[in-house]
Design a protein around this ligand. Structure first.
Ligand code: UD1
Length: 323
């Protein structure tokens, strides 16, 4: 698709995924209209985008329909990335999670419908599968979420499909599998890779929740951005697509790999109680995305980790040697 002259709206643009997507769309020549309430998102993630004349930023909340209606005028594509993102936090605050991740999605869909938006691409999550035993996870499998967060993402995907079937909106949900990379920060509610990188930098041991056998299909941000671009280029209306690296790794393997890459093998891996709401294994079958939108991941975890760590070291001027 030629993005020149296209008006593309991104919600959650100041977040880790939204901001990376904005930079890429601007490179491709799109006009990017963007929204963030700056609750989790940070303006520093928009350092590059804010210098671009084709970028427009609005501070506001996706739960405010009138605000959305104004912004959605003449928009061609909406990327809905704004979300309550933490699984453990959703266990503590299920209502807040539902408010943002379900009511917020309905607002987006209603605004898109009223303003005739051509296409909506939604950030869903592998958490919808829960702990069903079959691996890898296929889109047509049973979904049994085991956290309020997973329930909310499942409900939102269903709304995406129904708004396609009932109102004809072109909606596509991308089920992300543990995304990591530049702009992911070390905070208690961040993903495990960012948290462990922070600990490595402070020379702290790595803490594993559970026995270390939990596995995840960690997916590098550049591959997720690529999937979003492809979902705009290829029509997959009403579809749900897994977006993962297709390379599962256990937490113990990940911890060892991170220690090796950073020359910190003297640090220990400490095992503690499992975290409530956690699923055990997550591993994506990506054949549907490969077929429908021609998705093909380019990064394995080691390449992605090295790329991310180098970015982090450079950005925060940290002394750490990467192998
Ligand atoms: C992550 C995302 C979620 C997304 C989902 C699927 C974050 C914060 N959450 O959830 O938005 O929908 O992937 O794409 O990015 N762990 C440790 N030690 C730690 C921290 C975590 O052992 O210090 C473990 C957890 O118990 C879990 C695994 O690491 O077993 C992954 O946890 P986390 O990175 O928080 O991701 P998910 O909960 O899978």
């Amino acid at each position: 698709m030629d993005f020149h002259g296209k008006r593309v709206l991104i919600t959650g643009v100041a977040g880790f995924i939204g901001s990376n997507l904005a930079d890429r769309l601007l490179e491709l020549g799109a006009n990017v209209i963007s929204v963030d309430n700056l609750f989790n998102g940070r303006l520093e993630n928009l350092d590059i985008a804010l210098k671009n004349k084709n970028f427009e930023f609005h501070k506001g909340d996706i739960r405010d329909l009138n605000f959305l209606l104004d912004l959605f005028k003449d928009v061609d594509i909406v990327y809905h990335q704004a979300a309550f993102t933490s699984v453990p936090q959703s266990v503590i605050m299920p209502n807040n999670c539902n408010d943002v991740n379900v009511n917020g999605v309905l607002n987006i869909l209603n605004a898109a419908r009223r303003m005739d938006v051509e296409k909506i691409i939604f950030a869903s999550s592998s958490s919808v599968y829960g702990d069903t035993p079959t691996l890898p996870k296929r889109e047509d499998m049973r979904r049994l979420p085991i956290s309020p967060y997973g329930v909310a993402k499942l409900a939102s995907e269903a709304y995406m499909q129904v708004y396609h079937q009932v109102y004809g909106l072109k909606t596509t949900s991308l089920r992300y599998f543990n995304v990591f990379g530049p702009r992911q920060r070390d905070s208690p509610y961040s993903g495990v890779i960012a948290i462990w990188l922070g600990r490595i930098i402070r020379d702290d041991d790595l803490i594993v929740f559970g026995d270390g056998k939990n596995s995840r299909d960690f997916t590098y941000i550049k591959d997720v951005v690529q999937a979003n671009i492809l979902a705009a280029e290829h029509d997959a209306p009403g579809e749900i697509l897994n977006i993962g690296a297709n390379l599962p790794i256990t937490l113990t393997e990940l911890a060892k790999l991170m220690l090796k890459i950073t020359n910190k093998e003297h640090l220990n891996i400490i095992y503690t109680d499992p975290r409530p709401g956690d699923i055990i294994h997550s591993y994506a079958d990506i054949s549907k995305a490969m077929e429908l939108i021609k998705f093909k991941p380019q990064y394995n975890q080691e390449q992605g980790l090295k790329d991310y760590f180098k970015w982090y070291i450079n950005k925060y001027e940290i002394e750490l040697q990467i192998n």
